[in-house]
Design a protein around this ligand. Sequence first.
Ligand code: FAD
Ligand code: NAP
Length: 341
Amino acid sequence: MVMHISTHALVNNTFRLPCTAQTLYDISQEDDLAALLSLLGDTPYRVISAGSNVLCALPHVGAVVRLGIKGIDLLRTDEDAHIVRVGAGEVWHDTVLHTIAQGWFGLENLALIPGWVGAAPVQNIGAYGVELCDVLHNVRAWDTNTLKFVDLSAQQCEFGYRDSVFKRSRNRYLITNVTFRLPRPWRPTVHYGELAQRFAGATPHETPSALAIAQTVMAIRQRKLPDPALIPNAGSFFKNPVVSGAEAKRLLAQFPSMPCYPYADGINKLAAGWLIEQAGWKGYIRDLNPGKVGVHSAQALVLVHLGGAQGTDLLKLASDIQTDVLQKFGIVLEREVNVWE
Ligand code: FAD
Ligand code: NAP
């Protein structure tokens, strides 16, 4: 058995909020799961990977499980795709770079998203026009309801915008491996915002490589997003609101410059960051004495911990922003970050 158990351990989280687990269980192979769960019995537990999408609003929690299973394996190459299985404990960005180096393309738009591979299906990570569900073959997980391993197809994962069956049925599934279906032939996805600007005018002979796309995404992200190692944050705090056509029309009549993207039939996606910025919160700092929290000065969708604060301080700031955006635009902002409270 390869399980590491620590007591009174600090829970890693990129908001750098103080949180201690009574017991932290580190698993590095699938075979240990059954032993872990019999050890836990009825004790409730939480799951964490790299902690880049979690807000710990409790200073102490009970049991925490981390699934650090490693390995990146090409299972087979079909006529239309490379089928690649990756352990839940692999670092997401390293996996993106590794697959590109092997000539298995498709993850390049998702470069530099923090976190581990096992957490990626939880909110169906997405950026620059690609979502995990576009390249997912299946997810292997331990189902704590049936006490069996399951291999869930993309359809069974019930993916939505920053959403999945894993996010909705919290802690039911412990994800151990994610298998990708990386397309052959591969085609670049560069229709999106700044990526489109960067590659506009490329002739058919200049089709950007997967590496060039990854490097461009990395450069844009490094310019626009706060590095959690320097300014603690958990990325976008809120989801982009999805509204009806009528609602979008109402808002556009009042705010003609408001970004609004078609999402599905008769449904539109708004930019939560724009709404928060227009409401005047961009760059806002709340000095709590002790502790400071705020809204990042380059990206209003990112809440930041500027030191010495508690998770509840960030929750209060988030709630004030939600109230203000509701009053000003009539739009309800939903949290994207997973809150431990
Ligand atoms: P954690 O934060 O540790 O966990 C997230 C959730 O998944 C928790 O609810 C946890 O219980 C659950 N979980 C974790 N591992 C498992 C497992 N093995 N089995 C079952 N459940 C599990 N997200 C995007 O979608 N697109 C972006 O572009 C993006 N950019 C970001 C930029 C920054 C600067 C930051 C800080 C975050 C960003 N995020 C983005 C959010 C975050 O990186 C992703 O959600 C990422 O997948 C979280 O990975 P993690 O390992 O940190 O997960
Ligand atoms: P951006 O390019 O400034 O765009 C602002 C918002 O408008 C984004 O949230 C994006 O929605 C939407 N958008 C822009 N162009 C679009 C298009 N052509 N079609 C549909 N929607 C469009 O955003 P950004 O903050 O710099 O982020 C860039 C990308 O990285 C986005 O995809 C964003 O989701 C992702 N990101 C995510 C997180 C996170 O924690 N979840 C953090 C940082 C960045 P979408 O978000 O739906 O793409």
